[in-house]
Design a protein. Structure first.
Length: 265
């Protein structure tokens, strides 16, 4: 489905009924990384999966896209769908956006799911790498960025045993619009540190991380879990940076149990 949100076309999937669960993808991916979770949750919940600006089938206006802008897009999408409060999940950049959303719209958040993400801001070298990535996309296109990112993205198990999944993730990245890649990279470079937010998070939080995630390793997840008052950490075996696809069954189990516990409170 599609809606005009903050002046641009935003694509989203919206299925099921009940309490709303909004799941936000990472960079440079799209909503389909959460499809196995949508299938598992729709019998009990309303699941909303947006393509962020610059990604998937949504428009890619000129950037940068600060995390606050993404948060505003999500809030406007929820207004459009007449949804007041959600369980908000985000993978990697989706997690950075979840922090921004919580900072701006805390009353709209029933609980958080932080998958394969980190709370810290970029170092100055990290910001330089992002600018180089933005320029690579603008100069050579998304396929060059996909080729650079792919080797570190997925677990050794996925790379050795699931060639179709590797090809799918590669093509998802290669089809992202160069302007979207540049806009997101420059937006992420500007993001503030969220470490000081962690002790102030007043909702239940599920933290997920692929055991073999090389980009946001389990140590990052452990640090967040230690700093957030009501956090549950689940490490997903045989998964790298995209456990939602690499080990969907384990992620679904963790989500369903977290959501069932929320229902009881
Ligand atoms: C992502 O998966 O969203 C990215 O790896 C996040 C990042 O570049 O920091």
């Amino acid at each position: 489905m599609q809606a005009t949100i903050n002046g641009i076309n935003i694509y989203y999937a919206d299925k099921g009924q009940g309490d709303a669960v909004l799941l936000v993808h990472g960079f440079p991916l799209n909503h389909t990384i959460w499809m196995p979770q949508m299938r598992a949750l729709v019998p009990r919940y309303r699941v909303i999966l947006p393509d962020l600006r610059g990604h998937g089938r949504s428009d890619a206006p000129p950037g940068p896209y600060p995390m606050d802008l993404y948060a505003d897009d999500l809030a406007a999408l929820l207004d459009h769908l007449q949804v007041q409060r959600v369980v908000l999940g985000g993978l990697s950049m989706g997690g950075y956006i979840a922090f921004a959303f919580y900072r701006k719209y805390a009353p709209r958040v029933r609980a958080l799911i932080l998958a394969d993400t980190r709370a810290g801001a970029d170092t100055s070298e990290g910001r330089e790498r992002r600018e180089a990535g933005a320029r690579l996309a603008e100069r050579e296109g998304a396929a060059a960025v996909a080729a650079q990112m792919l080797p570190n993205l997925l677990s050794p198990h996925t790379r050795a045993r699931r060639p179709a999944l590797v090809a799918r993730v590669q093509s998802m990245m290669a089809r992202t619009k160069p302007a979207g890649i540049a806009g997101a990279q420059r937006g992420m470079a500007q993001r503030p540190d969220s470490l000081s937010l962690l002790p102030a998070i007043a909702v239940p939080v599920l933290i997920l991380v692929g055991e073999d995630d090389a980009l946001t390793p389990p140590a990052e997840a452990e640090r967040m879990a230690a700093a957030i008052p009501d956090a549950r950490l689940v490490k997903i075996p045989q998964a790298g940076h995209i456990p939602t696809l690499e080990n969907a069954r384990a992620v679904n189990r963790a989500l369903l149990s977290f959501l069932a516990d929320l229902d009881r409170t």
